[in-house]
Write a protein of this length. Structure first.
Length: 303
């Protein structure tokens, strides 16, 4: 048996979000692998679906009662959670430990770096940098500031009505004007065509599933696919070499122990240079909507 507290509304909802996320993740990942789905719009849609769908299916009311579990549910995960592992431990202990580890990992990888970000110095950005940034669409009045970091860093922040471009001293010293201009175009693409709003909305959805390893992976993959999309928007059929050289410079300056960041940079370079496929129309929207509808119908019967 598992503790009665697992059947309380909040713990039950959190567990079913993680459960439905895992099942949907296996289904969609297997489907994408079978189709050899390349980077592009279809892949981003599937990843966004994987983030949003479990919150909807786990919130369907009337599914926590004993009667529903015993008479109507296709699978009652309570039996799986009660499986003994030895030494007095059961599967639900392992599930709780994984959830706590995911929370700690989120704090370590997303909150701590934000708090430790190098300070920026307002008002001392070179004129050529300000001119490059404010010449891009929507950035006519953006703030351009310098970071004291010697690493290659170029990022944006703020809100749609007050945008902020942050460039490190290391980026100014180690990137050519052409490379810097291309990286600025990449960052500008994040603010175009609703990308900023979608990514921030999905980040909030991901925080609601802070305990779920599938949500962590899905959001990371979505962010990588978004970077690839912005790379394509930055080059827009032009010369890919300046941006590729900038990616290589960042890759070489990234610590070897940061395996995930280096892998993401390699993936972006492969797609940018044409070594890996990119196709926005690999799956019709109707096909993805059909898959979403099937999962919406099936998952609520798993509790």
């Amino acid at each position: 048996m598992i503790p009665a507290s697992w059947y309380a509304p909040l713990p039950s909802f959190l567990w079913q979000v993680a459960l439905h996320s895992s099942i949907a993740g296996l289904v969609l990942y297997g489907w994408a692998r079978r189709r050899r789905l390349p980077s592009g719009r279809a892949k981003r849609h599937l990843l966004a679906l994987l983030l949003v769908l479990p919150l909807l299916t786990a919130a369907v009311p009337g599914r926590t009662s004993v009667e529903f579990r015993e008479r109507f549910a296709w699978l009652d995960s309570g039996r799986l959670l009660a499986i003994p592992l030895g030494a007095g431990l059961r599967v639900y202990h392992l599930v709780g430990l994984v959830g706590l580890m995911m929370v700690a990992l989120t704090v370590w990888q997303e909150l701590v770096p934000a708090l430790c970000r190098p300070r920026a110095d307002d008002g001392d950005a070179p004129g050529r940098l300000v001119e490059l940034a404010r010449g891009l669409p929507g950035w006519e009045r953006c703030d351009v500031v310098l970071s004291r970091s010697d690493d290659i860093l170029l990022a944006t922040g703020g809100w749609p009505w007050r945008r902020r471009v942050i460039v490190s001293r290391g980026a100014l010293a180690r990137l050519t004007d052409g490379e810097l201009a291309m990286v600025l175009r990449h960052e500008n693409a994040h603010w175009q065509d609703g990308r900023w709003a979608r990514s921030h909305a999905l980040f909030l959805v991901r925080l609601l599933q802070v305990h779920s390893p599938v949500a962590l992976w899905s959001f990371r993959e979505y962010c990588l696919e978004l970077e690839i999309e912005c790379d394509a928007a930055a080059v827009a059929g032009g010369d890919t070499k300046p941006l590729a050289r900038a990616l290589l410079a960042v890759y070489e300056s990234t610590a070897r122990r940061d395996v995930a960041a280096r892998a993401a940079l390699r993936r972006r370079a492969e797609v940018l240079l044409g070594d890996s496929a990119r196709d926005d129309d690999a799956l019709p929207v109707a096909t993805i909507a059909t898959a979403a509808g099937i999962l919406l119908v099936v998952l609520p019967w798993i509790v």
